[in-house]
Design a protein around this ligand. Structure first.
Ligand code: UDP
Length: 314
């Protein structure tokens, strides 16, 4: 019997890369997505694969099992959630609700199927961090009423829900905290910094740096992130939470300059207001992921950016 997995948010950026990896490893994959921020084009290439099934469904609604064959599903990867600040601030209630009701519905399914449940949490649980780099033991600095709270608090609630389900029902759960990730299949208009800068540079438009550009982020190429996710599901007796990301840290200004250089663009930087509660620094401490999962990002920043630029150019 092949491994069988459900991937919620499987038509999203990271979700579609995860589906591809699982299919390549001989899995049967059931992708559940309502396309609120995911994109059908991300999974188009899998639709002819007999091991791939798409269920168009909003996981905040209970799954009606009639006609749906979840028999034999041993793993559920819960990725469904808008993840770009522009997206989630446009649809804050959907964002809160998918982290709450959506996660609950998928946990109930995991209990019923006795499947492992892997949840994608986020570096945003650390908010605008007062500890740097961020370790899993840090409790964070989140404005629970701010514009990012729908995402941050949704993900924090999700972590609480999952750990309590694990205690109450003995379901095997795993929480990863994903730091900024990039690569092909990001939506050009999703509002995040790398797709914005690349499309602006390719079109010769001004590069919109928010604030003074000295805020920092650490960017992980998507194949490294998928390596971390698959290592986590395979690791017995380790529930996390565990940080996954690339600890190389860059200022947003340096990122803008790098993208201009790699695209050979004539674009100039144009400074805009910094959005409220924008974290000033972010860098994962990945010691735990190294120790427990042997996780170590392999794709260098310039190499990853070149691949991403190539994808956006085509
Ligand atoms: N940013 C920017 N210009 C843009 C988009 C984003 O300067 O066109 C900045 C944003 O203010 C933040 C960083 O880039 O400091 C990363 O933003 P992103 O939306 O990618 O994700 P975040 O890490 O904030 O969730």
């Amino acid at each position: 019997m092949p491994n069988k997995a459900i991937v919620t948010g499987g038509a999203g950026f990271i979700g579609s890369h995860l589906c591809e990896r699982l299919l390549g490893s001989g899995y049967e994959v059931i992708c559940i997505d309502n396309f609120i921020t995911g994109d059908r084009s991300n999974i188009e290439e899998f639709l002819d694969n007999e091991n791939f099934r798409l269920i168009e469904h909003d996981i905040t609604q209970p799954l009606i099992p009639e006609g749906l064959d979840f028999h034999g599903v041993k793993e559920i990867y819960n990725l469904a959630c808008p993840a770009s600040p522009v997206d989630y601030q446009n649809i804050p209630l959907e964002t809160l609700w998918v982290s709450a009701a959506g996660t609950k519905n998928m946990l109930d399914l995991a209990v019923e199927l006795k499947a492992k449940f892997l949840h994608t949490s986020t570096s945003e649980v650390y908010g605008d961090p007062l500890e740097h780099p961020q370790r899993e033991s840090y409790w964070g600095n989140v404005n629970c009423m701010g514009p990012r709270s729908c995402y941050d608090e949704g993900k924090r609630f999700g972590e609480s829900l999952i750990s309590n389900y694990a205690h109450k029902y003995g379901v095997s759960t795993k929480i990863i905290r994903i730091f900024n990730t990039y690569g092909p299949k990001m939506r050009a208009n999703d509002g995040r910094v790398i797709p914005n800068f690349i499309t602006q540079a390719l079109e010769g438009k001004p590069i919109t740096v928010y604030g003074d550009g000295y805020q920092t982020r650490s960017f992980c190429y998507v194949s490294d992130m998928v390596d971390g996710i698959t290592a986590m599901i395979g690791r017995e007796r380790f529930a996390g939470p565990v940080n996954l990301g690339n600890p190389e840290e860059y200022s947003i200004k340096a990122l803008a300059e790098k993208i201009v250089e790699l695209t050979g663009s004539k674009s100039k930087v144009s400074y805009k207001d910094l959005p409220q509660d924008d974290p000033k620094v972010r860098r994962p401490d990945i010691s735990l992921a190294k120790e427990k999962l042997g996780f170590s990002p392999k794709v260098g920043f310039e190499e990853g950016l070149k691949k991403t630029i190539e994808w956006f150019s085509s």
